[in-house]
Design a protein around this ligand. Structure first.
Ligand code: NAP
Length: 329
């Protein structure tokens, strides 16, 4: 750990990503005998797993920020981040504190946040992460970091080997990390669209989804293969009562950021536009089913419907029937 004199590390936001990453930070602090992690979440009960690891909950953002010098943030979107930063700015003394935002937001929001905190002599680092909740739990996400060099150095011990498998330092301008994350999300959403279409063709033409998945495993390992399993293993339509790996609403926000950034730069992400249309229609499906949470890969269900198949694959139908049978016993 770098020789730092900070008094405390804090974490704001314990959603599925935030809780997983904060857990890894708390484990590091415990290992190193440092003061425990302080945390705040809008829904306080979500802090229970951290409390069981010895971390300490704060009853307000103000208290957390007052007591900590390095403060991580993980919240859902731009509006939530702005509202959290509004509360941070209510704290009297922010000089020298380092804020690290792992939320996926539009680069313009990152720049505005950085400017607002800089005007109060605090440092701001954008540190969005690549990888879904299971990767956050195992500390194997990739983290992009951008911000002032000194602040990046202070925060580095929490990056590689703790929150992330690796850290890519992008620039001293925080918004560049958000732009990189937006491009990464475009690649993810575009790949999901391609794999969804390919899997539907494989199913309809009787080649079979398993044969295509084997090809993906042998010849296109990594993203293409994992997207395929996300579809064939029913992750796209999570079992009732379970959380998606990556919420569809957040995925829609991410793809919209990409389309907006492209427009600002005088170009277009046409594949993103196709993916977005399917994701918006998947959201309609969710709304029509009592707001059932869907994964960001659920555009696959729409590709299925457009090809005359049910939104629910056979795998999903069997899984849900088994669950219902189990519940009714
Ligand atoms: N999940 C993924 O696979 C994944 C992967 C990479 C990046 N990301 C990005 O990481 C971020 C977090 O994702 P997630 O999946 O952890 O989201 P999530 O599970 O929906 O959690 C969202 C968090 O934000 C809090 N929140 C929402 N609105 C708020 C507000 N107005 N004020 C204060 N707190 C608020 C929630 O508090 P409550 O608990 O009170 O609701 C919760 O702690 C998102 O930007 C997402 O795009 C997600």
């Amino acid at each position: 750990m770098a020789s730092t004199t900070y008094r405390g590390v804090g974490w704001i936001g314990l959603g599925s990503m935030g809780c997983a990453m904060a857990t890894n930070v708390q484990k590091l602090l415990l290992r190193e005998g440092r003061p425990v992690l302080k945390f705040w979440n809008r829904t306080a009960s979500r802090g229970a797993p951290l409390v069981s690891l010895g971390a300490s909950g704060c009853d307000s953002i103000e208290r957390l920020v007052t007591e900590c010098d390095i403060i991580f943030i993980s919240t859902s979107d731009d509006t939530a981040l702005i509202s959290i930063v509004d509360q941070i700015l209510d704290v009297q003394k922010l000089d020298g504190k380092v804020f690290v935002d792992t939320t996926t937001v539009h680069p313009n929001t990152t720049k505005e946040t950085s400017d607002r905190l800089k005007s109060r002599s605090a440092a701001f680092i954008a540190a969005p992460v690549f990888g879904a909740t299971p990767a956050a739990e195992s500390g194997s996400v990739l983290m992009a970091m951008a911000g002032p060099g000194k602040a990046v150095e202070i925060v580095a011990p929490f990056g590689k080997g703790v929150i992330a498998r690796d850290v890519m330092v992008v620039s001293d301008q925080p918004e560049q990390a958000s732009l990189l994350k937006t491009l990464g999300n475009f690649i993810v959403a575009g790949t999901m669209e391609i794999i969804g279409e390919a899997q539907v063709l494989a199913e309809k033409s009787k080649l079979g989804t398993g044969t295509l998945e084997k090809l993906l495993e042998l010849n296109f390992p990594g993203l293409a293969h994992s997207d395929s399993t996300r579809m064939t293993q029913g992750v796209y339509l999570p079992e009732e009562g379970t959380s998606p790996w990556s919420n569809l609403n957040l995925g829609i926000k991410d793809v919209q950021h990409g389309i907006s950034c492209a427009k600002d730069a005088g170009t277009r992400l046409r594949v993103a536009e196709v993916a977005l249309e399917n994701m918006m229609r998947a959201k309609d499906f969710s709304d029509a089913h009592g707001g059932r949470p869907l994964d960001s890969s659920s555009g696959y269900g729409i590709i299925r419907q457009d090809a005359g198949l049910d939104f629910e694959s056979d795998f999903v139908k069997e899984r849900d029937a088994k669950k219902q049978h189990g519940d009714s016993k």
